[in-house]
Design a binder for this molecule. Sequence first.
Ligand code: 5GP
Length: 108
Amino acid sequence: MTTIFKKIIDKEIPAEIVYEDDQCLAFKDIHPKAPVHLLVIPKKEIVSLAHLSEGDGPLVGHCLVALSRIAAEQGLADGYKVAVNCGEAGGQEVPHLHFHLLGTPATK
Ligand code: 5GP
């Protein structure tokens, strides 16, 4: 199934991308629930946490390391929340694995 996130990966629809490498992408959530609300996604089409294979471990680790660096760049060094909805009953709307990064930048 082609999801809206796959279309963002393929640049078929626009998104405010803040980070990209060969394995993952981070972009602003279209309906932010915090001053910083980003979605970090693997480029590989994985439906949800429940669909991970053993071999996906390094990819998920890569996404989380990228997320931690992005959080620091976004001014969230004091802390932030990471959320993953899994499956319809878990509140997942887009069936492409994604990590919500939510936080408020520290004031200087
Ligand atoms: P879920 O409920 O699946 O965990 O979260 C999906 C998230 O994707 C929601 O927070 C929603 O606002 C965001 N979203 C849905 N469609 C789009 C889109 O086309 N562009 C962007 N940037 N975010 C989207």
